[in-house]
Design a protein around this ligand. Structure first.
Ligand code: HEM
Length: 297
């Protein structure tokens, strides 16, 4: 009896001991997983803010460069249907449809906004886009007035076709967004359906506005730097204005790439209710079978 008791005791003790060792190991692995998750979150946030600062700097440089170009080489600004009124066109289009629009598009990606009510940020997003729309419409008025004043035909170039389509699509997108996401009577099913279309259209409009700006800069340089008058050199002779405006184009491309990079990075997506679990660390301990597949990014 004493022998069998001893055997039973040592077997039970041995099992308890093994279980204790295993739970201790699992606990350590869980902590390690959590730590790694937090480190990933911190490095992802730091990387975001670094990219965001770069985006703000490039946006500011685009506005400064397009304004300086028109002040230094194109004679400045006026609103009198003259060449000087035309000069508002590039400034307002770059500021509105590229810089403001790009910043409005990445607003939900800023981690600082995630802990706050989405409704507030929806209003900020809509207000930024409305300012962008107003600036673009003013920019179009500037060029249409100038064309009318000088009896230049409207909408003859590829630039003007792409440009007008961009502004029409943007207006439609803004109105649909207002009805779909900000109107209290918009049904949830409709919002869910609209969201991916809205995000895709938003990117498409941004790409179209980048294309409009690049073709516009190119067209302006070809028209203005024809080398026929004494005051302007030919575009092909590398005058300072052409180099400066080409560099503006490069800045616009760089800004566009940074915005599109932010938009396409899934780790910088705002978490919607119910999606939290997909980025939290797995509470299951890592085993050889699941270690390779699970990443807490
Ligand atoms: C998203 C940005 C832009 C959009 C949507 C846009 C749109 C337009 C539209 C619709 C017209 C035709 C106006 C008319 O026919 O009366 C036009 C004309 C013009 N734009 Fe832009 N534009 C943009 C940016 C720029 C930029 C950055 C420049 C650089 C200087 C520029 C240069 C011109 C020039 C030279 C014309 C007159 C010749 C033409 O009709 O093609 N545009 N633009």
């Amino acid at each position: 009896r004493a022998g069998s008791f001893n055997l039973c005791f040592s077997v039970t003790w041995g099992l308890a001991d093994k279980t204790f060792v295993r739970t201790e190991k699992e606990g350590k692995e869980q902590n390690k997983g959590k730590e790694q998750f937090h480190q990933n979150m911190i490095s992802s946030t730091v990387l975001f803010y670094g990219t965001y600062v770069l985006c703000l700097c490039l946006g500011l440089l685009c506005v400064v460069f397009v304004s300086y170009w028109n002040i230094e080489w194109r004679g400045g600004f006026a609103w009198d249907a003259s060449f000087l009124q035309f000069n508002w066109h590039p400034v307002l289009m770059v500021t509105g449809l590229v810089v403001l629009y790009g910043n409005a598009a990445i607003l939900y990606r800023i981690p600082f906004t995630w802990s706050q009510r989405k409704q507030h940020w929806k209003l900020v997003h809509a207000a930024l886009l409305l300012s962008s729309l107003i600036l673009s419409i003013l920019g179009l008025c500037a060029v249409f007035d100038f064309h009318t004043g000088y009896h230049i035909p409207n909408l003859y170039s590829l630039h003007s076709w792409v440009g007008i389509c961009t502004v029409v699509l943007f207006t439609a997108q803004w109105l649909l967004g207002l009805v779909g996401f900000l109107s209290p009577c918009s049904p949830l099913g409709f919002r869910k359906l609209l969201k991916p279309v809205h995000a895709w259209m938003g990117m498409a409009i941004f790409i179209l506005s980048l294309a409009s700006c690049l073709s516009g800069i190119n067209e302006k340089l070809l028209l203005a730097l024809n080398g026929n008058s004494n005051s302007t050199a030919a575009y092909s002779s590398h005058p300072a204005e052409a180099l400066f405006a080409n560099f503006l184009g490069v800045l616009i491309v760089a800004f566009g790439l940074v915005v599109l990079g932010i938009l396409s990075n899934q780790r910088w997506n705002r978490l919607e209710p119910g999606e939290e679990s997909s980025r939290k660390p797995s509470l299951k301990p890592q085993t050889a079978s699941n270690a390779g597949g699970s990443t807490s990014t």
